[in-house]
Design a protein around this ligand. Structure first.
Ligand SMILES: Nc1nc2c(ncn2[C@@H]2O[C@H](COP(=O)(O)OP(=O)(O)OP(=O)(O)O)[C@@H](O)[C@H]2O)c(=O)[nH]1
Length: 633
């Protein structure tokens, strides 16, 4: 493989990073070999060297080799002199992220801080990938949390989560992994704050979010955190179960520190369940691991627990041995380690058992001082916790308010729609009612018109009835004759009508009257009017007419009636008719004549015409007689 080109090496690195069938350790070994070879060819700043280092560190981070990462990272002190460009910034930042993460895991907070500060300065200077950007926020969040600035810490974590959620460069798997990590940080923050229920909740959320994509090492860590929380809540069974799972996962992934920590939880849970013998056996292995890895404070803590277990079994000597070891470690550590509450409690109990009152009093004083300090810290934590809860409540309230507002908007919208619906219905109903009213009105009006027409029309002949024709006559007298015009009002009487009825029957008589009306109308002008006066008598009104006009009309009517035919028994038979007409020629009427005057005048004229009709009858029928007066009064 010595002859691999740069691009081939890059390809190989990429495939190794994605490799799932090989163990992480094997991949790291292969990557290291590649790095070794490449280092002989290129200088430390070569992009390929960066790629290789980044790959090794990232892989190591996944298996939790924080101490090793730290060593490599320190070896690369010279990387600080690297010429940062937009091309290599993301590789470089990724390495720094891994380094900072290692420092945090090794509880080297000052070192972590330096790296994180450096990383933060790149946020505004270069184009970082969403992954790097999110990781920087996450690291800063963790750093704040371990420094006791829980509020800022959680805010940073949320910022990191937001970057993950909105950044399109994350695929679904990546997104879930990162969000899962953030959720577990939040859970751990709650743990630190003493809110163990929320610590459990968020770590379970982290496991859910990560699902199948969660690394076993992460699963070990999250489960361990859940177990520790149950322990604090004195839920021994749950603590035991979850710690057992955590210990299995830690073993599978060779994460010895988590294995030791989980075993410690198992031991304490066993002790809680009254199985102190088993507890002692298990915690021994943890103490061993802590010692091997240089976690001195953890050694002291575990020794104190072990002595507590021994005391509960009445093994005062063994308990004494544990305590002596712990105290000597503290003395030799040059203030690097501190006694724990459990250590002081056990020490007090043993001194008391030995009857060494001075020693017992000494431990008691130390204990109350520690508890006092603890109380102070706890008070501060309580305050922070309160604040956090307050913030969370605010956030919850805000979200429920938003929800309510949405509901309200929905209701308003629905109400609006209902109102609109009601409005449409009302408009529709109004239109229907208006149409109905219009229909009723039109029907009424038509009916009225019809009634009025009926009231003014002679039902047999269809011409104006007596009342109607009299009204029209009065109108003509005023409008026509009074303006220096003239008119004729004539009475027409059918001659020997009785004999028609008698000969042909009443129906033929009716038909004759109808035919007669039509014949007369045909002989009249547009402006002339014929009305039925009663029985076989008719009135004819001829405005702007005189003797000449009535004579002409009479001639026409006379001729037409002579040739009249009528249907009789389904056949048309010749039925000549004759009429007698008495007409009054009205030449001038006094102006400004009132209603009463009109009535009187009309009566007079009708009488004159009637008289003339009578004269015509007397004179042999079938003739016209005229009454001409110079002026009517
Ligand atoms: N068929 C029919 N006959 C009617 C109607 N109105 C009146 N008559 C008849 O008309 C006849 C009028 O008869 P009379 O008053 O003696 O007059 P007339 O027979 O015409 O004789 P003269 O007027 O003297 O020529 C009566 O027999 C009435 O019954 C009607 O609407 N239909």
């Amino acid at each position: 493989q010595d002859g691999l080109s740069q691009s081939e090496t890059r390809q190989l690195v990429k495939s190794l990073k994605d490799e799932t069938s090989l163990s992480s350790k094997k991949i790291i070994t292969e990557l290291k070999e590649l790095l070794q070879r490449e280092s002989t060819k290129s200088d430390l700043n070569s992009p390929l060297i960066l790629v290789l280092n980044e790959a090794i560190l990232t892989k190591m981070r996944h298996v939790g080799s924080h101490a090793e990462i730290k060593t490599i990272f320190e070896k690369f002190g010279s990387l600080a002199k690297i010429n940062i460009t937009n091309e290599n910034i993301n590789l470089y930042a990724s390495m720094l992220v891994t380094g900072a993460n290692a420092h945090l895991n090794l509880q080297e907070y000052d070192d972590a801080k330096n790296v994180i500060v450096e990383l933060q300065s790149y946020l505004s200077l270069y184009e970082l990938t969403g992954l790097n950007e999110a990781q920087i926020f996450m690291l800063a969040g963790q750093l704040h949390i371990v420094s006791g600035e829980y509020k800022v810490g959680l805010a940073k974590l949320r910022l990191g989560m937001e970057v993950i959620q909105r950044n399109p460069s994350f695929d679904e798997v990546d997104k879930r992994k990162r969000l899962s990590e953030a959720l577990s940080y939040i859970g751990n923050t709650y743990y630190t704050l003493g809110d163990y229920k929320n610590a459990i909740k968020y770590n379970y959320l982290a496991i859910d979010k990560g699902g199948d994509f969660l690394y076993s090492s992460h699963l070990a860590a999250y489960t361990h955190n859940i177990a520790s929380s149950h322990l604090e809540l004195l839920e021994w069974d749950q603590a035991l179960n979850t710690a057992t799972l955590a210990s299995q996962k830690a073993k599978e992934t060779n994460r010895f520190m988590y294995l030791a920590l989980s075993n410690e939880v198992i031991a304490r849970a066993q002790h809680g369940l009254g199985k102190s013998v088993e507890a002692i056996e298990i915690i021994h292995t943890s103490i061993q691991t802590y010692k091997e890895n240089g976690y001195t404070q953890k050694v002291i803590e575990a020794l104190a627990y072990e002595s507590e277990f021994h005391i509960s079994l009445g093994h005062w000597d063994k308990a004494q041995t544990n305590l002596m070891e712990a105290h000597s470690i503290i003395e030799n550590s040059k203030n690097q380690t501190i006694p724990t509450v459990e250590l002081l409690q056990s020490s007090f109990l043993i001194a008391e058992q030995d009857g060494n009152l001075a020693k017992a009093t000494f431990y008691q004083k130390q204990l109350s001082k520690l508890e006092e300090d603890d109380f102070k810290v706890k008070k501060e934590l309580d305050a922070q916790q309160l604040m956090l809860h307050f913030e969370l409540e605010l956030a919850q309230e805000k979200s429920s308010r938003l929800e309510k507002q949405n509901e309200l908007n929905d209701i308003i919208l629905e109400k609006g729609q209902n109102q609109q619906r009601i409005l449409v219905t009302v408009i529709f109903a109004v239109i229907v009612v208006l149409l109905l009213l219009a229909y009723v009105y039109i029907r009424e009006r038509n009916l009225k018109i019809k009634m009025r027409l009926l009231a003014m029309t002679d039902h047999l002949t269809g011409c104006p009835n007596r009342r109607n024709v009299m009204e029209q006559a009065k109108g003509m007298l005023t409008n026509n004759v009074s303006k220096n015009g003239s008119m004729i009002i004539a009475i027409l009487d059918v001659d020997n009508f009785k004999s028609i009825n008698d000969t042909y029957g009443h129906d033929v008589g009716d038909k004759v009257l109808q035919n007669l009306t039509s014949i007369i109308i045909g002989a009249l002008r547009e402006t002339d009017v014929i009305g039925r006066y009663g029985g076989e008598e008719f009135i004819i009104l001829l405005p702007s007419a005189g003797e000449k006009e009535i004579t002409m009309i009479f001639d026409r009517v006379q001729t037409a009636l002579k040739n009249h035919n009528c249907e009789y028994h389904g056949e048309s038979v010749a039925l000549p008719i004759a009429v007698s007409i008495g007409a009054a020629v009205v030449n001038k009427v006094t102006e400004k004549i009132d209603h009463k005057g009109q009535d009187l005048l009309l009566d007079t004229i009708i009488k004159q015409a009637d008289e003339k009709a009578y004269e015509a009858k007397k004179g042999g029928k079938d003739q016209l007689r005229l009454y001409i007066a110079s002026e009517q009064h």
